[in-house]
Design a protein around this ligand. Structure first.
Ligand SMILES: Cc1ncc(C[n+]2csc(CCOP(=O)(O)OP(=O)(O)O)c2C)c(N)n1
Length: 574
């Protein structure tokens, strides 16, 4: 059957089960937009900036585990996607980006709105394509979906010239399976690697599991729980791993690394075995590499062979799908009890529970941690939280206890300010059933605040908490600790966020004391549509503990004693 290249794009999207596309039109992608009207089964969300489209596709992917799709025109449209693509790449999020390109005869001529976008995105995509012929559109797009979702997920960009979109092609549908002989993700571990890992596990006395985003992406939560119950190993989580193991599990230590709690980092430094599951030894996690976990043998399980020995040399690298590897380990490792090691960790925990995680006074001030703690309590922890980047992001990780996977969506690897609002919009389309909270700083929120207009146009139900401290807080904290409080370029003014919401036809609320938090949160929850709450919090508050960049993991800046006391309750009531 004859189809235009533009129609083939939508045929493939429909065949891949795509229900939502986030994008922005322009000349070079106009044929695709024109054809879109004949495919009403796919909902198109008009963003306000293409960066938002990439973050929305990313948020959709993280919330659902499915591939997110965004679309943009050539030149500035395509380059505006770049930050979103890099964000998805760093966090292994599967998205397909479709960009229009100038007609093939114009390529290389500096034509109007021409950019070599495959060149630009080459280092930040898992793979990309420049398609100049209509007959190549279908195969390239189908491969793009296959590559994005298989193995270690990631972004794939397909750049399609305008003439290829306009030309006609004989479209026979997508009956053939995708065949890519040069691309074969390793899913099953080699027997010798596996056996070696089992031996080290059985011999360990003081092991710690380091669980990352790979647990969530491979859907290995149940296998991880079974493994932990069998081996009695405590679990430390990366920021992106939060939710992969229930925070309430007695063997859950919590987050490790730069703003992880002190006992977690100490346990890692004292361990005799580290079992790294689907994590990549990011520098925010390891601190100084030379002194990282010096007593520990190390096993690294990851689907991407390039991760093994990349940052931390390991004793055994097991390449494979984590879920399958864990299922096999559950059959192979001996059951164990570890009363001494766990008792020791509890001692470490006792010390840091009264120091680092703020036990905030009810002194009339509103602390960011209050806001997040109260949000956690009022939602029963049963919400999907999408954060931006900064102090609030770390407080969220510390105070909001995640029990289930895909309930925290955050930019971990690239640390992209402006991520939260658009990612939440995208995620909302993937999970229309869930309660959503955006938690953003006053700085980051302003980077993509234009997407409030998208919220209004789409009529979506979103709760937004702006943790407004009048500063680029996390940078101010670094200046406070390491630059003698010289606050260069970190005080930041903001529009009246309540009026900003109202200007978009949305509801805005302001909270200035702790007593008002619950009422505002409940009002937002009871309101359909997008509600923004401007929380005016303490301006000069810091996230503790903190491992300074490049320092030993156990050399943490702890909360000064004078601000520690606060109220004494059990940790669970924090
Ligand atoms: C796009 C981008 N630019 C700059 C930074 C560097 N940066 C990291 S955190 C931060 C401050 C964030 O301030 P705010 O959004 O107000 O959140 P807070 O830390 O106060 O919670 C900055 C500027 C970044 N991560 N991303």
């Amino acid at each position: 059957m004859k189809r235009t290249g533009a129609q083939v794009i939508w045929e493939v999207l429909r065949g891949e089960g795509v229900d939502t596309v986030f994008g922005y039109p322009g000349g070079a992608i106009l044929p695709a937009y024109d054809a879109m009207l004949d495919y009403p089964g796919i909902h198109h969300v008009l963003v306000r900036h293409e960066q938002g489209a990439a973050h929305m596709a990313d948020g959709y992917a993280r919330a659902s585990g499915k591939v997110g799709v965004c679309m943009a025109t050539s030149g500035p449209g395509a380059t505006n996607l770049v930050t979103g693509i890099a964000t998805a790449m760093m966090d292994s999020s599967p998205i397909v980006c479709i960009t229009g390109q100038v007609p093939s005869a114009f390529i290389g001529k500096d034509a109007f709105q021409e950019t070599d976008v495959t060149g630009v995105t080459q280092p930040i995509t898992k793979h990309n394509y420049l398609v100049t012929r209509a007959e190549d559109i279908g195969p390239a797009l189908r491969e793009a979906f296959y590559i994005a979702r298989s193995g270690r997920p990631g972004p794939v960009l397909v750049d399609i010239t305008k003439d290829a979109q306009q030309a006609e092609v004989d479209w026979r549908g997508a009956s053939e399976p995708v065949r890519l002989p040069g691309y074969r993700p390793t899913l099953t571990a080699l027997p010798e690697e596996f056996q070696h890992a089992v031996e080290l596990i059985d011999a360990a006395e003081r092991p710690v599991i380091l669980a990352g985003a790979g647990v969530i992406q491979s859907g290995a939560q149940a296998e991880l729980r079974a493994f932990v119950d069998r081996s009695e190993m405590p679990v430390a989580l990366t920021l992106l791993g939060l939710g992969g193991f229930p925070a309430s599990h007695p063997l859950c230590l919590g987050m490790m690394g730069m703003h992880g709690e002190a006992w977690v980092n100490r346990a890692i430094q004292q361990a005799d075995l580290l079992l790294a599951f689907g994590m990549r030894f990011d520098d925010r996690v390891t601190g100084k590499l030379e002194t990282y976990a010096p007593r520990a043998r190390k096993i690294h399980v990851d689907i991407d062979p390039a991760e093994i020995n990349k940052n931390v040399p390991v004793d055994v690298g097991v390449v494979g799908d984590l879920r399958d590897v864990l299922a096999d380990l559950n059959r192979a490792v001996a059951p164990r009890k570890r009363p001494e090691w766990l008792a020791h960790i509890d001692e470490l925990r006792g010390d840091s529970a009264v120091r680092d995680i703020q036990r905030l006074p009810d002194d009339g001030h509103l602390y960011a941690a209050h806001v997040i703690h109260d949000l956690w309590r009022l939602t029963g922890g049963d919400a999907i939280v999408v954060t931006d980047v900064g102090q609030h992001q770390m407080w969220e990780a510390q105070y909001f206890k995640h029990e289930r996977p895909r309930t925290l969506i955050t930019s971990g690897g690239l640390g992209t300010m402006g991520f939260a609002l658009p990612a939440a919009i995208g995620a909302r389309f993937a999970r229309p059933d869930a309660e959503f909270w955006v938690i953003a700083g006053d700085g980051g929120f302003q980077m993509t605040a234009a997407e409030l207009s998208t919220c209004a146009q789409e009529g979506i139900d979103l709760n937004i908490a702006i943790v407004n401290n009048g500063f680029l807080g996390m940078v101010r904290q670094w200046q406070e600790f390491f630059y003698e409080r010289r606050y260069a370029a970190t005080p930041i003014g903001s529009p009246d966020f309540v009026k900003l919401a109202e200007a978009h036809g949305l509801r805005g609320l302001r909270v200035e004391s702790r007593g008002e938090v619950a009422g505002a949160v409940e009002a937002a929850r009871a309101t359909k549509g997008t509600v923004l709450i401007d929380f005016r919090v303490e301006q000069e508050d810091a996230v503790y503990p903190m491992v300074p960049a490049g320092a030993d993991l156990d050399q943490m800046i702890r909360r000064p004693e004078r601000s520690a006391p606060i109220y004494e309750t059990g940790r669970d009531e924090l």
